[in-house]
Write a protein that binds this ligand. Structure first.
Ligand SMILES: [Zn+2]
Length: 120
C-alpha cells in the first residue's frame, strides 16, 4: 500500500506556545474555552507545562492562511514570542520544520505538497 491509496483529510494547523508562569489562570481560561476541559483541569495542564517549560496547543484546526496572524496575537496567559506553527497538532519537539512555510510537520509539509484546506 502506498500513500496514494490512503484517504486522508487535508492538513490543518495548530499554534503552540509557552504558558506564562505568572498568568496560569489566564492561560487556563483560554485552554478551557477551546476544549472540553474545566478551568481547574486546564489550570493543572497549564501549571505542569509551565513547570516543565513545555509548549501547549493554543489554537487547533487553524487554516494555514490564519496561522501567521494567530501566532503573533496570542491570548493572555501565553508568552508572545514563543509561538510556533505546526501542521495538524504534531509536537514541535519531535517533528520536522519547513523553512519555506515556517511550520512543523510529521510526514510532509501540507503547504509544500498543496495538501491543505484553503480558506472557505
Ligand atoms: Zn512547506
Amino acid at each position: 500500500m502506498n500513500d496514494h491509496n490512503i484517504l486522508h483529510d487535508p492538513a490543518m494547523f495548530a499554534i503552540w506556545a509557552h504558558v506564562d508562569p505568572s498568568k496560569l489562570l489566564r492561560a487556563a481560561e483560554h485552554l478551557a474555552s477551546v476544549s472540553t476541559l474545566s478551568v481547574p483541569q486546564a489550570y493543572q495542564i497549564a501549571k505542569q507545562a509551565a513547570a516543565e517549560q513545555k509548549m501547549t496547543i493554543v489554537w487547533e484546526f487553524v487554516w494555514y492562511s490564519e496561522t501567521a496572524r494567530l501566532a503573533v496575537h496570542l491570548p493572555a496567559g501565553f508568552i508572545a514570542a514563543s509561538a510556533v506553527i505546526t501542521q495538524d497538532s504534531v509536537d514541535p519537539d519531535t517533528s520536522t520544520f519547513c523553512q519555506v512555510h515556517g511550520c512543523f510537520y510529521f510526514r510532509k509539509c501540507g503547504v509544500c505538497s498543496n495538501d491543505h484546506l484553503p480558506l472557505p
